[in-house]
Design a protein around this ligand. Structure first.
Ligand SMILES: [Zn+2]
Ligand SMILES: [Zn+2]
Length: 352
């Protein structure tokens, strides 16, 4: 079983043919010169129960070549190869590449389009995290962006979170045996939803390829910040003032904003603190300057809300006590960059 055969002296990959072309090939292959790439055995075009188009050795063959991969693994690769081919990528399965210093690697799927080089690894059999990282470092050294799909069970879809980073995009995948659907996971819908997505694999892959699966801490990426405020009465001057209850971070995208984190005022980074202290924003939203104020209750100074009118500390305990979700006011989305001291977690998100 393989994706490649030699038809009339030309290398033809099964994923390059659409349904109609495949049916036509099945009708007339007996009249064509068609053999497997590993030997001279006649090749037969077939389609698996899952839908994979592939070439098989004629039953009379004694060729010992076998990929050793399961039908599910092949199906998964087939879907990727087909998608990338149809979207203008030059794709090669089982690609043998070389690092700048000569060390070699073999990728499940290698694809190139203009200057972009990518590798997709489907890890159907278990592989240690050390080995995955070692292989990933080879791809990084070769200037290739590699993404991994690791087979898990639905229950263990969380496992990949232990490995994930921007440099190691790794997601989970499993086959639903009832309907033969491949499902991908390993990313969140948004910060407010504690569960991981469960998306049909190829849809997840398309989203990944079109920038709709994103890492919260992607270097240099544009992010948005929105503050959520409550109006309270200042304990000192008795005037109404707004206090910031939450600082929410979002990924802005074509379909809207995906929430990726929530911070308290206390944990604000230096740069974002300065942004929020711009006089125009203070005036627009009527909250006090965010700065370190000494709190007698806590016996220390901390980044805090103050009264818009008299600057008196509006203590964290006090404001949380007053937190009123129903009357929360939200600012507009403010463009920011995530800098090194922004205390938000690195997580992957599927942008709905
Ligand atoms: Zn063979
Ligand atoms: Zn006041």
């Amino acid at each position: 079983m393989g994706f490649l055969s030699i038809i009339e002296n030309k290398e033809i990959y099964s994923f390059m043919l659409n349904d109609e072309q495949w049916d036509r090939l099945k009708d007339k292959y007996k009249n064509l010169s068609m053999h497997m790439p590993c030997c001279q055995t006649r090749a037969i075009p077939k389609k698996s129960k899952l839908g994979t188009q592939y070439f098989a050795h004629h039953p009379s063959s004694s060729c010992g070549f076998s990929s050793g991969e399961s039908r599910e693994h092949q199906f998964c690769k087939y879907l990727i190869l087909k998608y990338l081919h149809e979207n203008g990528w030059n794709v090669t399965p089982e690609f043998r590449g070389q690092m700048p210093l000569g060390e070699t690697w073999i990728a499940d799927i290698y694809a190139q389009k203009n200057n972009a080089k990518i590798v997709i690894e489907i890890q159907w059999s278990p592989q240690s995290i050390e080995e995955t990282k070692r292989r990933q470092e080879k791809y990084i050294a070769s200037g290739i962006r590699a993404v991994w799909f690791m087979r898990t069970t639905q229950k263990n879809k969380w496992d990949v979170l232990d490995y994930q980073s921007y440099d190691l995009p790794i997601f989970s995948i499993w086959l639903n045996k009832k309907n033969y659907q491949l499902i991908a996971s390993g990313a969140f819908h948004n910060w407010d939803n504690a569960d991981l997505v469960e998306i049909e694999f190829i849809d997840f892959f398309k989203a990944l390829m079109t920038g709709s699966v994103q890492y919260s801490l992607k270097p240099h990426a544009r992010r948005s910040l929105q503050v959520a405020m409550n109006t309270i009465q200042c304990w000192k001057c008795k005037k109404p003032t707004n206090t910031i209850m939450e600082i929410n971070y979002f990924i802005p995208h074509a379909k809207g904003f995906t929430k990726i984190y929530r911070l308290d005022v206390e944990d604000l980074s230096h740069t974002h603190n300065e942004i929020l202290n711009q006089p125009s924003l203070l005036q627009l939203y009527q909250y006090g300057v965010i700065k370190k104020r000494f709190s007698k209750t806590r016996g220390e100074a901390y980044l805090s809300n103050g009264c818009y009118h008299c600057d008196a500390l509006q203590g964290a305990f006090f404001s949380h006590h007053e937190r009123n979700a129903e009357n929360m006011k939200y600012s507009h989305f403010i463009d920011v960059h995530i800098d090194y001291d922004t205390q938000i977690d690195g997580l992957w998100f599927y942008l709905d």
